[in-house]
Design a protein around this ligand. Structure first.
Ligand code: GLA
Length: 420
């Protein structure tokens, strides 16, 4: 991508943005954000030299939940919300950064030659993890960098704020050090770092969506092969509404790893009866034929979800391609029930949000999205019903839980990138 040198001085940022907009589409919100980051960067680190700007989005998954580590399909799209950074190479091995979301922490510093895995789960651990993963895979990171970052995506809401930090870091490394790495590899580096540096056994969906997002499209990804197709979200009469329950239950991380273990146990049992490499290789009929091989009843439920959710995802994408949004919505509802009853990753608040949504006219489908145990639901709502949806779901949720949800209209957006 093209790099543009900016004059330093009064009004330089607006000149920069006029130029930038000839090459890249930057939303109003993005423009404000970069302007603030640049001001902060100049204040903290000085305004000389080659300072570059980057963005990486969060994601919402439309259907295909807890299938990505079971060799199944997922169907997420990248969002226009995410994390922004401005960065400049240093001459030594130091990494210095300032996060505008946590200004009281001041400028932090770290040597990039002494990064050690940990499971603290702090935002900068995700950044360190990616640098560590690149190094482990033989990519040369010759020096550190100064960076200011900020995000407009709610953290801990199941919209992959952490994957967005990982992919932000991956594009910074790729660009600043001219590394020959594809965006699919950047997604893999993000997952590797989360699995091996941060101790979270996640699949590839979040990082893939953040790295590979495409405007107005969702990504139909086969996680067994990483083959993917972009599917246009031609929703002329409907909107994708995300509802943030504003809760995140403590057990999320450990329960996620438990689900993964239980699915793996079910697969091992099934492999005594049938030659499959992942649960994603079975369809409904195959599952019925071999399910007796699964010894533990909990593992049986987990496997049933993984198999049927994968089949639902394939059918949902067919429905969408055929312009049959109603079927897509029904499959979303079934997905929620399966996540609630078989996979047991929903929670009271997410069930209330979906129940209230299902009651309303104009709601095509609604389900929890992401890892679960709190976070968000995703709903397809007819254009004319969106306002009532927010009012009705919002007030019922507050009445039943005492909490006030947030609503966002999702627009499927481009993946992680250099802005200039
Ligand atoms: C989290 C993980 C993903 C995926 C989802 C559930 O977001 O990071 O890899 O497993 O949960 O679908």
């Amino acid at each position: 991508m093209e790099t543009i040198d900016f004059p330093v001085g009064h009004g330089w940022i607006s000149q920069a943005l006029v130029k930038v907009n000839r090459f890249f589409i930057l939303s109003e919100r993005g423009r404000d954000m970069i302007e603030k980051l640049m001001d902060c960067f100049r204040e903290q680190f000085g305004g000389d030299g080659d300072i570059r700007a980057y963005f990486a989005p969060g994601r919402v998954n439309l259907i295909g939940e807890h299938t990505d580590y079971n060799g199944g399909h997922v169907f997420p799209c990248a969002l226009s919300m995410g994390n922004y950074a401005v960065a400049r190479k240093r001459g030594d091995k130091k990494l210095r950064w300032f996060n505008m979301t946590y200004p009281d922490n001041g400028v932090k510093e770290r040597d990039i030659t002494s990064l050690e895995p940990n499971d603290n789960g702090l935002w900068y651990d995700y950044q360190h993890g990616v640098i560590w993963a690149f190094q482990k895979h033989g990519y040369e990171i010759p020096c550190g960098y100064d960076m200011v970052m900020a995000g407009d995506i709610p953290a801990g809401a199941g919209l992959s704020a952490s994957a967005s930090i990982e992919e932000l870091c991956a594009v910074i490394l790729k660009d600043l050090f001219s590394l020959d790495i594809s965006m699919v590899e950047c997604a893999k580096m993000g997952q590797y770092s989360e699995n091996h540096y941060n101790g979270m056994n996640c699949g590839i969906m979040d990082q893939f969506a953040s790295a590979m997002g495409k405007k107005d499209n969702a990504i139909f990804l086969d996680t067994a092969t990483l083959e993917y197709e972009y599917v246009p979200l031609n929703l002329k009469n409907e909107k994708i509404v995300i509802t943030n329950s504003k809760v995140k239950h403590q057990l999320a991380g450990s329960a996620y790893n438990d689900r993964r273990r239980e699915s793996e146990q079910a697969l091992k049992d099934l492999q005594q009866a049938v030659g499959i490499a992942s649960l994603g290789e079975l369809d409904e009929a195959g599952f019925e034929q071999y399910k007796a091989a699964i010894k533990d009843p909990v593992c049986l439920k987990r496997a049933r979800h993984a198999v049927l959710e994968n089949q639902r995802t394939i059918r949902a994408v067919e429905s969408l391609r055929a312009g049959n949004t109603a079927d897509f919505g029904k499959l979303m509802n079934e997905s929620h029930v399966s996540l609630r009853d078989d996979y047991e990753v929903s929670c009271k608040e997410l069930d209330i949000l979906t129940e209230e949504a299902w009651k309303l006219p104009g709601v095509i489908g609604s389900r929890m999205t992401g890892g679960g145990f709190g976070g968000c639901t995703v709903s397809i709502v007819e254009n004319g019903a969106v306002e009532d949806f927010q009012k009705a779901v919002g007030s019922a949720y507050t009445e039943r839980t005492g909490l006030v949800p947030d609503f966002y209209i999702a627009d499927a957006a481009e993946g992680a990138r250099k802005l200039y």
